[in-house]
Structures are given as structure tokens and as C-alpha cells.
Design a protein around this ligand. Structure first.
Ligand SMILES: Cc1cc2nc3c(=O)[nH]c(=O)nc-3n(C[C@H](O)[C@H](O)[C@H](O)COP(=O)(O)OP(=O)(O)OC[C@H]3O[C@@H](n4cnc5c(N)ncnc54)[C@H](O)[C@@H]3O)c2cc1C
Length: 472
């Protein structure tokens, strides 16, 4: 590593800023590039949303130490912040610290990363060449050099389109005036846009659930508001979640509230609705699935909450090993594949799992999960602690990864066909509903996501970590 060069941190979200804190704590120099005009720019797009993890999971340890040294008043551990609180009460004070503020480059969107004077094909001398970070800034395109790169640019700024096949639905680009992605402030700044309208929500994750609940509250106050919900699958069980078995009660409550809403008949639900096209018709939108399925008609507004995907273009001159379909870091994929897992835990992992064939480049945070859902900040904080320890040469600390995540209470890996919350054990085997339905994260040497998965593998009874779809 070129000792005199800084370590580039891409993205000033919670995980990027935590990486910067760990670098400072180890006497290394971060240089943080953030596309937005302020830190936490992705969180800012859903400021109004109350997070489901309380403060105890949301503050990185190195960041806390830096803040504490400057007389910071920490929020109560058990309170649930909104995304805006997370910015105002934690990220902004962190970014303003005298050690960190000069290292922050706001309005610096990273366009590309490469190695100085060396393209992707050349091997000789590669690990000695500094990284080049090309950024779009208010002063034009500028390049910076760095000894290593910690890429924490997340995925939220690249929302998935509404087409069921992963492409924009036919006509989606032309209907943008009536389509929003993510989590608009339905009860606040965007209220007028949705009040009294027929609104379609697309998606089956936590964001879709939050949008539907916000619309239902609006509908109680604004007559004429009606809510339509389209999902690709047959079952709503994963969206309804683990209820009281969820180790994050607020996350469990989100699903429970949605399930009650659906039972109340206030939602027009379209299951197995795989969107192919959206067409304007007399000022409204008509949304079409495959032939033989009735279209959804008379829609005024669409909110697409179908997840997000990482920006892979910026790193295309680097040698990356990504999972073919999740686009996550390859080693993590078997542990987080939503085709197989729903428990929300992941076994402890650090710099080794996060490394790529490109020495010195690490994708961390939400980006490390690629298109997989259920990423938690707490995972990212342990990731950057390990990565920074490795960059500092402290391999003992780097390899000592500790991570215990709150499970969703949905511990099932087979496709679900019914709406009942999945109380089954790993691989769908019946089990009582213990406090930890999957038994917690798997021990470190196991190639499994959770204890039940590891036990199955050890007993030679198949695995829910298998990506072949076989489950004993
Ligand atoms: C609605 C919602 C609710 C959530 N609730 C929780 C919760 O309760 N608890 C929890 O742990 N997690 C929650 N999450 C997950 C949460 O997104 C992540 O845990 C967290 O934000 C990930 O942090 P990050 O730093 O990896 O990425 P992000 O927060 O997405 O930050 C990425 C940063 O990189 C910047 N950036 C992007 N591209 C570039 C570029 N090209 N150049 C420079 N900068 C760039 C962005 O502007 C942003 O500031 C929630 C997510 C959503 C969407």
C-alpha cells in the first residue's frame, strides 16, 4: 500500500462514514467522496421513514468513540430514529468533526475507478499502482489517487424498474411523470400528489409495506384515495414477515400492520402480477401483465418499491468477483440469496469474504449485498472494522469478526404459496417457534447462513445454503 496516499471511501452514508471513522482511529487518512450535497444523501430521500432498528444497532463503535471525545450526546439506545434523525443526530455531527470534515468531498460523484496507468488486463505491477478515482464535481471532472478503495455507495440510488423481468416495463420510461421510485413522503411533502388518487404500489419488501401503510393512513384522511398493490409472487408471507418472532419488533409490526390492512379489504391486491407494460390512457395509466391476465386500470400514480441494484459501471476497470445474479460480493451470495434465505442473519464475515481479485478494493455496506435485501447497518459496521484492520496490517483484529444480527423470524427457504407467516424451521422443516427461529448466525467456518443451516449441512442432510435448490 502506498503509505503517503489516502484511502478512498466512496459514499458518505452510515457505512462509508463508519469506514472513515475506523481509518482515523487507526491513524490512516480517509478521503471520502459523496455524490450528494450533504452526508447520508440516500437516507435523506426517505427522511420521514421511521427505521425498524433502534439506535443500539445504528451507531458504529469507532464513530461513537470519535463523537464521544467531542462531547456528543448519544441518543437513547432503545429509541427508533427516523432516517432524518439518523442524519441529524448522528451522521451530520460525525461528518462535522474536525478530524473528518476536511477529508470529506461533497458533490463529488464517483464516475469510475481504475489503477493508475494500468488497465484491467495488465497484471504486472498491478498491486503497486495507486487507484485513480474519477469524480464529477461542481468544478468539472477531477481525478484523485488513493492507496486503497472502500466502496460504500449503496444501491438505493439505482432503483429496480417495475418490469417483472428486471427491465423497465414497456412504456415505463414514457410514463415517468406519474411514477415514483422508493419511499416518497406520502403523508408529508408528497401528500397532494397522492391524496384522492388511485395509487398502485409495486413490490413486496419492507419499502412497499411502508408505502402501503402510509397510503392507508392518507386514505383515512383524504376521501377518494384508493390503494392497489401488485406483487409478482403468489404468497404475501415474506412481506408479512415474522410478526412477534421478529427480533426487531418494529420490523415485525410493519408486516403485522400490513397483514391487518389486507384483511380489512382496503387494498386491491393483485398477486402473480408480473408487469410487462404500462400505457397512458386518457390521463390515467393502464398496467399490463402477461396475456390472459386482466390489466390494472385507471391508475393515477405508481410507486415502485422493487428493490435496488449496485452501480457496477464505476468499477468496470477493476477485477471483481461478483455473484452472477445477486451482483453481491461472490463469497456472501450463498448466505444471503433471497431465493433461499429469509432469516435476516448472515454469518460473521469480514475482509476475506469482501476481498476481490483487485487487491485493495472492497465493496462494503448495502453494496456488498448487491440486489439481495435485508441488509442492516450493523453488518456494514463490522465489515468496515475488519476491512480497515486488514488495511492497517492488523490481521488478528481483521480476522476476529463478530456479528450477531436480529433475525426476521421468517426462517424458511422454500417458495411460499400461502400467506401464513412462516413459522417453520430452516428449509421449511416444522419446528416450534423459539426466540431465535434459525438459531442465530452460523459459526464462522461454516458455509451456512444460520445455525440450523449449519446443523443440516453437518448432518449431511442437505442444506438451505445450497443454491441448487435442493433442501433436505
Ligand atoms: C426505507 C428503508 C428503511 C431501512 N431501515 C433500516 C433499518 O431500520 N435498519 C438498518 O440497519 N437498515 C435499514 N435500511 C437499510 C439501509 O439502507 C442501510 O442499512 C444503510 O443505509 C446502508 O448504508 P450504506 O452506507 O451502505 O449505503 P447508503 O445509506 O445507501 O449510502 C450510500 C451513499 O453513497 C452515496 N453515493 C452513491 N453513489 C455514489 C457515487 N457514484 N459517488 C459518490 N457517492 C455516491 C449516496 O449518495 C449515499 O450517501 C433501510 C433501508 C431503506 C431503504
Amino acid at each position: 500500500m502506498q503509505a503517503q496516499l489516502p484511502i478512498a471511501v466512496l459514499g458518505a452514508g452510515p457505512v462509508g462514514l463508519a469506514a472513515a471513522a475506523h481509518l482515523l482511529q487507526r491513524g490512516l487518512t480517509p478521503l471520502v467522496f459523496e455524490a450528494g450535497a450533504s452526508v447520508g444523501a440516500n437516507l435523506a430521500s426517505y427522511r420521514q421513514v421511521r427505521l425498524f432498528s433502534p439506535w443500539q444497532y445504528n451507531i458504529d463503535r469507532a464513530a461513537r468513540a470519535l463523537l464521544d471525545a467531542h462531547g456528543w450526546e448519544a441518543p437513547a439506545e432503545d429509541l427508533l430514529p427516523t432516517a432524518g434523525d439518523l442524519i441529524d443526530d448522528y451522521l451530520a455531527p460525525l461528518a462535522a468533526l474536525p478530524a473528518l470534515a476536511p477529508q470529506l468531498r461533497l458533490r463529488h460523484r464517483v464516475l469510475a475507478i481504475a489503477r493508475a496507468g494500468i488497465d484491467k488486463v495488465k497484471t504486472s505491477g498491478r498491486e503497486l499502482a495507486p487507484f485513480v478515482i474519477r469524480t464529477d464535481t461542481p468544478e468539472g471532472v477531477r481525478e484523485f489517487q488513493a492507496a486503497a478503495v472502500i466502496d460504500a455507495t449503496g444501491t438505493w440510488s439505482q432503483p429496480n424498474p417495475m418490469g417483472a423481468n428486471g427491465l423497465p416495463a414497456l412504456g415505463e420510461d414514457d410514463c415517468q411523470a406519474q411514477i415514483t421510485y422508493g419511499m416518497p413522503d406520502i403523508q408529508g411533502t408528497a401528500r397532494a400528489r397522492y391524496a384522492g388518487k388511485r395509487v398502485l404500489v409495486v413490490g413486496a419488501g419492507h419499502s412497499a409495506a411502508g408505502n402501503l401503510i402510509a397510503l392507508a393512513t392518507l386514505a383515512d384522511e383524504a376521501p377518494g384515495t384508493s390503494i392497489v398493490w401488485a406483487v409478482r409472487g403468489a404468497s404475501l408471507a415474506r412481506t408479512f414477515g415474522g410478526g412477534e418472532a421478529d427480533q426487531l419488533p418494529a420490523r415485525g409490526l410493519l408486516g403485522t400492520r400490513l397483514q391487518a390492512l389486507q384483511a380489512s379489504g382496503k387494498l386491491e391486491v393483485h398477486r402473480n402480477f408480473r408487469i410487462q407494460a404500462v400505457r397512458p390512457l386518457a390521463g390515467k395509466l393502464q398496467v399490463q401483465a402477461e396475456a390472459g391476465v386482466d390489466p390494472i386500470t385507471e391508475i393515477d400514480e405508481i410507486v415502485v418499491a422493487t428493490g435496488a441494484r449496485p452501480d457496477l459501471i464505476m468499477a468496470q476497470e477493476l477485477r471483481l468477483r461478483l455473484d452472477p445474479w445477486l451482483e453481491s460480493t461472490d463469497a456472501l451470495a450463498p448466505l444471503i440469496d433471497p431465493n433461499l434465505h429469509s432469516c435476516g442473519s448472515v454469518r460473521p464475515h469480514g475482509h476475506r469474504e469482501l476481498a476481490h481479485p483487485e487487491p485493495g478494493y472492497y465493496a462494503v455496506g448495502a453494496k456488498s449485498y448487491g440486489r439481495a435485501p435485508n441488509f442492516l447497518m450493523a453488518t456494514g459496521y463490522e465489515q468496515v472494522r475488519s476491512v480497515v484492520a486488514a488495511l492497517a496490517g492488523d490481521m488478528a483484529a481483521a480476522d476476529d469478526v463478530q456479528l450477531e444480527l436480529p433475525e426476521t423470524g421468517v426462517c424458511v427457504t422454500r417458495p411460499l404459496t400461502e400467506d401464513a407467516p412462516a413459522a417453520g424451521g430452516c428449509c421449511g422443516s416444522p419446528s416450534p417457534a423459539p426466540a431465535s427461529c434459525c438459531g442465530g448466525p452460523a459459526p464462522e467456518p461454516a458455509s451456512a447462513c444460520c445455525v440450523k443451516d449449519a446443523d443440516l449441512q453437518a448432518a449431511g442432510k442437505g442444506t438451505c445454503g445450497s443454491r441448487t435448490g435442493t433442501c433436505a
